[in-house]
Design a protein. Structure first.
Length: 117
């Protein structure tokens, strides 16, 4: 099985998928970040297709950057500037050629993530 990476974002404050949220994916090597993909979440809070498909997958270190501030402003949840959460980076490693799923549970004042399935 070839590896690939998926993600999705849930708006835990509203109890809905976070549609229209921008995401960038970077490959990390030491102090170097190289942007390899970008996407915007669909109505289900997911990217179409996988943010890192099997034909581009390599094991290594990566960083997903979720543009939470833009989403929170657009959904009327932003509050006063500067926002508590604006860009949410999640750095992680993929050591096997399998499916990795990195979701983000987001609210205006907190977030969590985990390795999903």
């Amino acid at each position: 099985m070839a590896g690939f990476l998926t993600t999705h974002v849930l708006d835990t404050a509203r109890g809905l998928p976070a549609a229209g949220l921008g995401i960038a994916l970077y490959r990390v090597s030491g102090n170097s970040h190289r942007k390899i993909a970008s996407a915007v979440t669909n109505a289900d809070g997911r990217t179409d297709p996988a943010i890192l498909p099997a034909d581009k997958f390599k094991t290594g270190s990566y960083e997903l950057v979720f543009f939470a501030g833009d989403y929170l402003r657009a959904s009327g949840q932003a509050g006063a500037e500067p926002l508590f959460l604006d860009q949410v980076p999640i750095r992680f490693g993929m050591s096997q050629e399998v499916h990795y799923h990195v979701p983000l549970l987001l609210s205006p004042f907190g977030y969590s993530t985990y390795r999903g399935s």
